[in-house]
Design a protein around this ligand. Structure first.
Ligand SMILES: NC(=O)c1ccc[n+]([C@@H]2O[C@H](COP(=O)([O-])OP(=O)(O)OC[C@H]3O[C@@H](n4cnc5c(N)ncnc54)[C@H](O)[C@@H]3O)[C@@H](O)[C@H]2O)c1
Length: 315
């Protein structure tokens, strides 16, 4: 039996990963503190299917609680760890940088320490395109110096990456850092643009467009992301940093018009100045993912948005 511990298991990406691992025959241990960054009931709903499986065990604990984490590791002794629990979101990190440093950095160090103590076979860390910040080198590739970070969230993820790499160097912990690019799809985080914009259009309310609409994001469909994570789990790299992104940046105006097309309704756009911490463009260079994981994103933005809206209508 293959065993995997997933932190952030009740969140958007984590819950999809849990479902996929269970389908692949893994025994999965989930860790999540169900915090109220967004409605915890949504997180409970995300795990509805997983909780029906005997191969899934859920622990409602905080990754900052080293003692409780330790108990779980000593009981479960998982082969693989996928660490996705984090304070996500760029804008709130500007208001509360300390919380981001605590959860995203210290929480990751707790996980790494236990991964070493319990001889975990492989540690996979969910990092972010935010570590590239305003880097002028496009598309973003893994050898970028990452010296243009503009949000505390990006800094917290980069700091955690340094610890991951250090644990590989010191303790030979096999690690993969996956830098994820703007993930969207069913169960999408309610604080992110796809969910906010869709809700506003459906309810005939205005959407807040920050900047002139020329900014762009490399929106990546959640199933493609999960596929990349599972491929990384199947490999046994010593240490790698790998981008997972769609390799096809979409301008904000194009994103809004795609939503309008799929929903069949015009958006009311409220233009506002660009927000502090927001980068101008994200664009994933994915040659490394192609070479090392034989991974290719399969979902274009129109198909992905259609799937997302279809899911919303089932709620
Ligand atoms: N969604 C994206 O576009 C995106 C892009 C890049 C990177 N990421 C990263 O992927 C991971 C998952 O993101 P998501 O979009 O699914 O976010 P999410 O907020 O839906 O999921 C994160 C989960 O972690 C849990 N969590 C947070 N702090 C915790 C703590 N102290 N202890 C235990 N659990 C805790 C939350 O309750 C939540 O269920 C995060 O690390 C995020 O930084 C996401």
């Amino acid at each position: 039996m293959k065993t995997c511990l997933v932190t952030g298991c009740a969140g958007f990406i984590g819950s999809h990963l849990v479902d996929r691992l269970l389908a692949e025959g893994f025994e999965v241990t989930g860790v999540d503190n169900f915090n109220d960054y967004y409605d915890p009931k949504i997180k409970e709903g995300n795990l509805k299917n997983a909780l029906k499986s005997k191969a899934f065990e859920l622990y409602k604990i905080d990754i900052l609680d080293f003692g409780k984490l330790h108990e779980i590791f000593s009981k479960v002794k998982p082969q693989k760890v996928v660490h996705l629990a984090a304070r996500a979101g760029v804008r709130p990190s500007i208001a509360n940088p300390k919380l981001y440093a605590q959860v995203n950095v210290l929480g990751t160090v707790n996980m790494l320490k236990l991964a070493v103590d319990y001889n975990i076979e492989q540690f996979i860390f969910g990092s972010s395109s935010s570590v590239y910040g305003q880097s002028p080198r496009l598309p973003f590739t893994e050898d970028d110096p990452c010296d243009a970070i503009i949000s505390p969230y990006g800094s917290s993820k980069r700091s955690a990456e340094f610890f991951v790499e250090t644990f590989y160097r010191n303790f030979k912990l096999k690690t993969v850092i996956l830098r994820l690019f703007t993930v969207y799809g069913p169960r999408g985080r309610p604080d992110m643009a796809p969910a906010l914009f869709t809700k506003a259009i459906l309810e005939s309310k205005s959407i807040n467009q920050f900047g002139d609409g020329s900014s762009s994001r490399d929106y990546t469909y959640v199933d493609d992301i999960v596929d990349g994570i599972v491929r990384a789990i199947d490999k046994n790299f010593d240490f790698e940093i790998i981008n997972l992104g769609n390799n096809h940046p979409v301008r904000l105006t194009e994103f809004i018009s795609t939503l309008e097309k799929v929903i069949g309704k015009k958006a009311k756009v409220n233009k506002l100045p660009i927000q502090q911490g927001d980068v101008e463009k994200t664009w994933a260079g994915i040659q490394k993912a192609r070479n090392l994981l034989e991974w290719e994103p399969k979902t274009d933005i129109l198909t992905g948005i259609k799937k997302y809206i279809r899911w919303l209508k089932t709620l």
